[in-house]
Design a protein around this ligand. Structure first.
Ligand SMILES: Cc1cc2nc3c(=O)[nH]c(=O)nc-3n(C[C@H](O)[C@H](O)[C@H](O)COP(=O)(O)OP(=O)(O)OC[C@H]3O[C@@H](n4cnc5c(N)ncnc54)[C@H](O)[C@@H]3O)c2cc1C
Length: 81
């Protein structure tokens, strides 16, 4: 793969940046995520993320995080999957 043995910098530790980091790590790429917010209380966050099957949930599944999502949401069954 083109990125094999390289280090990738990702600017932004939001859902997009963190999911990309996870997907790259699964391919053996070294990743560093740079986030400007000091912690999750640095600014007001939105409400619960809407995750749709064709986009957000698809990415979560590809990243191997369905079990984590089930654990965090307390839902054994997730609609669409
Ligand atoms: C007010 C508001 C309410 C919302 N409510 C909902 C909701 O209820 N449900 C829902 O599903 N979606 C909601 N959304 C949409 C949701 O926030 C986005 O879909 C989602 O956050 C996009 O993820 P992202 O990773 O692309 O970007 P972001 O979540 O914006 O993440 C980008 C990250 O990059 C960091 N960053 C930016 N520039 C730099 C830099 N130069 N250096 C270091 N770090 C940097 C930012 O601090 C941020 O953490 C809301 C959005 C807003 C603005």
């Amino acid at each position: 793969m083109l990125l094999q043995g390289r280090e990738v910098a990702i600017v932004g530790g939001g859902p997009g940046g963190l999911t990309l980091a996870r997907l790259l790590q699964m391919k053996g790429v070294r990743v560093k995520v740079y986030e400007r917010d000091f912690n999750e209380t640095a600014r007001v966050q939105g409400a619960t993320l809407d995750l749709h099957y064709e986009s957000g949930l698809k990415a979560i599944k590809a990243a191997g995080l369905m079990d984590v999502l089930r654990r965090l949401t307390g839902r054994e069954r997730i609609r669409g999957l």
